[in-house]
Design a protein around this ligand. Structure first.
Ligand SMILES: C[S@@+](CC[C@H](N)C(=O)[O-])C[C@H]1O[C@@H](n2cnc3c(N)ncnc32)[C@H](O)[C@@H]1O
Length: 405
């Protein structure tokens, strides 16, 4: 696919079209990686991927919706399929060309982390050894997820994933990260300063041999290759979006802080609900995300568009897949200058945005999302625009409704 095969179709935040902090590509990541080759080669500081694990399963979004009568029902739209013809061999054939292209995109000081589980970890390591060289393996990181909930009756419980960390070269970026002390180690930090921070008075010796007590603040202990302080999210955790296989934000915070320089460029070519991109933006990094699932795109868009502080990002699509206004009647304009949704209550929509229809790229002047117990507002505030307005309604089932009012 030619380099300019993807075009910006939506732009969120205040940045100029050429300069958003992030780009989210909708499509097969092989085409995205080809489109990025050349322009971005050697330019990405850190790539994290959490691809399908070759589980053989279909994954569904979990959400509570209301039926016609307003009663709650469990809604399970499909998100993506983790099945490969040829099993593990087919899986490795799928990953190989993608990971080879990712290596080309990495900066000389860049790192790749591949997140897998017990099923494919050994095969993926051999693949990475082939592409990067075995001497570029820096860590086998074990993410201990804590208790998972699904019982295995005739084997030890699966409680960890494996993250392979490879670097492109020997002169790679690394920032030591610390894990908070547990309570027992904190007990010696038994004083509190004017700002409420705990410290200890530690006995020290000056050059002349005299003794003094110096203030020491807890720095935490250097992390090792077992991440055991990041439990998987409980079903009711506020962080949960409903996207299946979503990873905790803290896992990505730790990896990005350690492996990507401040202001650097992070990429996740299997971005799912956008956890890596949200963590990158919050950590002051630029980002590139890609996913082929329309369901994933809607989760990612919603998370980024509702981030605080505001994140500027563009949604990129294959040129021929640019959205077109249709579905007249999904939204009406009221005499007061507001927009009102006209769809049935409980429909599977949870994000909407509206903005002037004049410029080729959709740039919302207003947006709203449902989250937790907060439902999607049925009406916008008055919009200043007098000309035609483009409206996007999007749902966790991957549905997008574009209309012109
Ligand atoms: C394990 S999920 C990622 C979850 C993500 N880390 C999160 O926190 O939400 C894997 C994702 O890879 C996507 N995917 C699978 N094959 C793909 C392909 N060829 N191109 C782009 N995305 C793909 C799926 O749609 C799915 O969203």
């Amino acid at each position: 696919m030619a380099a300019r095969a993807f075009v910006a179709t939506e732009l969120y935040g205040a940045a100029a079209p050429a300069d958003p902090a992030g780009r989210v590509y909708h499509g097969d990541n092989l085409a995205v990686l080809d489109a990025l080759a050349g322009k971005r080669s050697g330019g990405i500081d850190f790539i994290y991927i959490d691809p399908p694990f070759c589980t053989g399963n279909h994954y569904h979004v979990l959400r509570i919706a209301a039926d016609e009568g307003g009663r709650q029902k469990l809604d399970r739209p499909g998100a993506y399929t983790d099945r490969f013809a040829g099993g593990l061999d087919g899986y490795i054939d799928f990953l190989a060309p993608r990971i080879a292209r990712m290596r080309d995109l990495l900066a000389p000081s860049g790192s790749l982390v591949v997140h897998v589980d017990w099923r494919a970890a050994s095969c993926v390591r051999l693949l990475l050894d082939r592409i990067f060289g075995p001497d570029r393996l820096m860590n086998e990181i074990i993410w201990f997820k804590g208790f998972r909930g699904t019982r295995i009756r005739r084997a030890f419980q699966h409680s960890h994933d494996t993250l392979w960390w490879y670097t492109k070269g020997g002169d790679y970026y690394w920032s030591q990260s610390c894990e908070a002390y547990r309570d027992r180690s904190m007990s010696r930090y038994n004083k509190v300063d004017e700002e409420g921070r705990r410290y200890a008075l530690i006995k020290r010796r000056r050059h002349d041999g005299t003794i003094y007590y110096g203030k020491t603040y807890p720095q935490g202990k250097w992390r090792n290759d077992v991440l055991a302080d990041i439990p998987t999210m409980a079903a009711t955790a506020p962080e949960r979006t409903g996207y299946p296989t979503q990873k905790p934000r803290k896992l990505l915070d730790v990896l990005i802080a350690s492996l990507c320089p401040p202001g650097g460029l992070v990429a996740d070519f299997f971005c799912g609900s956008g956890t890596t991109l949200v963590a990158a933006a919050a950590g002051g990094r630029r980002f590139i995300g890609a996913d082929q699932s329309p369901v994933a795109l809607n989760f990612t868009r919603k998370r980024l568009a509702c981030s605080s502080p505001e994140v500027s990002f563009a949604v990129m699509r294959p040129r021929r897949a640019a959205p077109r206004a249709g579905a007249p009647g999904a939204v009406v304009r009221t005499p007061a200058g507001t927009l009102r949704r006209t769809g049935p209550a409980g429909e599977t929509l949870d994000f909407w945005a509206a903005g002037p229809a004049a410029h080729g790229v959709f740039r919302p002047a207003w947006r709203a999302a449902a989250s937790g117990k907060k439902t999607l507002p049925a009406e916008s505030p008055p919009l200043a625009e007098t000309g035609a307005i483009m409206v996007l309604l999007a749902g966790p089932d991957g549905r997008e409704i574009w209309s012109l009012v």
